[in-house]
Design a protein around this ligand. Structure first.
Ligand code: CP
Length: 316
């Protein structure tokens, strides 16, 4: 049984296959409409979400399966003190696969240890968000045709932004990738990302504070929201929240084929005018999120593709 807790739980070859499946799904989703007939996905969301929970549910419904779960910790027995270990033992009796989001780093990993079904980390605190990374990789490959030979600017809250930590881990396995880490001093990437990922692999990176100065060299600009929910005090959040705002004037400094990504939700980091720029790719990410999650559910359930459904029909 496989889980997806960390982006590195999938090999580069598995990610290639998963992205190929997601691309095939994008070309004709209807061929996959019965692949998960009779299967159930549980979404266990202890923290708010729009995209991740609903795209997981849309993915399972698109595959012909069904969904159950909770959208807030308040509506689960966590409020009565039930542990993650007991919760996942229970959910294992109801569903075939589950996606879990939790504010505590490591909660999905703990769940996986007690689970009888595949567990997918749908975001754990300020740590990792591997399925957002799959979405990001698909979008980068759509825009540039490759995941190697790229200069990637990551801008905003690099300290608490789990999508940033996961994307750096995933991209660190591709050739000739360079990172420009753009943040205020207080929101730099955690030391473990530098000392456990970038430096041991000899990956080129620089930490800077100016978005404008960095724009001309970027192939990808990955904007992020300042993560208000992870700050210890409101005063610091208010001081830092508008550190970077991407405007058409700043976009004019970028390459013609640069792509702008953002995991969303955005607050104030990208002005609405930028949405009309063909380089804005953040709503492509939203759409790709459904396709990669369809491909991931199939992979973790050991289902290889439309022929499963076609075989099933023949047996009826
Ligand atoms: N990108 C992302 O994780 O969005 P949600 O918080 O809405 O799921």
């Amino acid at each position: 049984m496989r889980h997806l807790i960390d982006p590195l739980d999938l090999s580069v070859e598995e990610i290639d296959r998963l992205l190929a499946t997601a691309t095939d799904i994008a070309a004709d989703r209807s061929r996959y409409a019965a692949v998960c007939t009779g299967k159930k996905l549980a979404t266990l969301f202890y923290e708010p979400s729009t995209r991740t929970r609903l795209s997981f549910e849309a993915a399972m419904l698109n595959l012909g399966g069904s969904v159950l779960g909770f959208a807030t910790a308040d509506s689960s027995s966590a409020t009565k003190g039930e542990s993650i270990a007991d919760t996942i033992r229970v959910i294992s009796c109801y569903a075939d696969i589950c996606a879990m989001r939790h504010s505590k780093e490591g909660a999905p990993l703990r769940a996986a240890r007690y689970s009888k079904i595949p567990v997918i980390n749908a975001g754990d605190g300020g740590h990792q968000h591997p399925t957002q990374t799959l979405t990001d990789l698909m979008t980068i490959r759509q825009r540039h045709g490759r995941l190697s030979d790229l200069t990637i600017g990551l801008c905003g809250d690099l300290k608490f932004g789990r999508t940033v930590h996961s994307l750096i881990r995933a991209l660190s396995r591709y050739e000739n990738v360079r990172f420009v880490l753009i943040s205020p001093e207080e929101l730099r990437v955690p030391d473990y990302v530098i000392h456990e990922v970038l430096e041991p692999k000899g990956i080129a990176y620089k930490e800077v504070t100016s978005l404008e100065d960095s724009m001309p060299e970027l192939d990808i600009l990955y904007m992020t929201r300042v993560q208000r929910e992870r700050f210890f005090n409101e005063e610091d959040y208010v001081r830092l929240k508008d550190s970077y705002i991407l405007t058409p004037a700043k976009m004019a400094l970028g390459k013609p084929d640069m792509a702008v990504l953002h995991p969303l939700p955005r607050v104030n980091e990208i002005t609405l005018e930028v949405d009309d720029d063909p380089r804005a790719a953040y709503f492509d990410q939203v759409q790709n999120g459904v396709y990669v999650r369809m491909a991931l559910i199939m992979m973790l359930l050991g289902l290889s593709g439309p022929q499963i459904a076609e075989q099933g029909k023949g047996e009826e």
